[in-house]
Design a protein around this ligand. Structure first.
Ligand code: THU
Length: 132
């Protein structure tokens, strides 16, 4: 199982592939599942700005596309800017969807290094999930 630091390094590497010519705000994400598998994502922008895909949702889509059915354990998000890139509201709801109501670690790092760790429950109180 990768450590938080290793997961962040994967997000940092992925961030180099960000397609963000409009905002010039690259973001890389790496997510860890209970079986130890890691999936990467980057933000992908579009000249029709509203079509932009965030790094977090890109990584989660990749897990789904690869048939991942396990438990989401952690997500590392890297931005080479001054401030950490906390997940946007839409991405919080996506992370919550795949958390299945469990704790998922949210690990953030910005330009100057140092990991900040929180949880999805902390940053999305009273998250919405459909009843079974
Ligand atoms: N962005 C992400 O990739 N994740 C977030 O949680 C917040 C924002 C991206 C979208 C856009 O390409 C750029 O950051 C600036 O908003």
């Amino acid at each position: 199982m990768v450590t938080n630091e290793e997961l962040m390094n994967i997000a940092k590497e992925a961030c180099k592939n960000s397609y963000s010519p409009y905002s010039k705000f690259p973001v890389g994400a790496a997510i860890l599942y209970s079986d130890g598998t890691v999936y990467k994502g980057v933000n992908v922008e579009n000249s029709s700005f509203g079509l932009t895909l965030c790094a977090e949702r890109n990584a989660l889509s990749s897990a789904v596309a690869n048939g991942q059915k396990g438990n989401l354990m952690a997500i590392a998000i890297f931005s080479p800017k001054e401030k950490m890139c906390a997940p946007c509201g839409a991405c919080r709801q996506w992370i919550w969807e795949f958390s299945k109501g469990n704790e998922v670690a949210i690990i953030l790092e910005a330009k100057n290094g140092g990991l900040y760790t929180t949880t999805i429950k902390e940053i999305l109180p009273l998250g919405f999930l459909l009843e079974e």
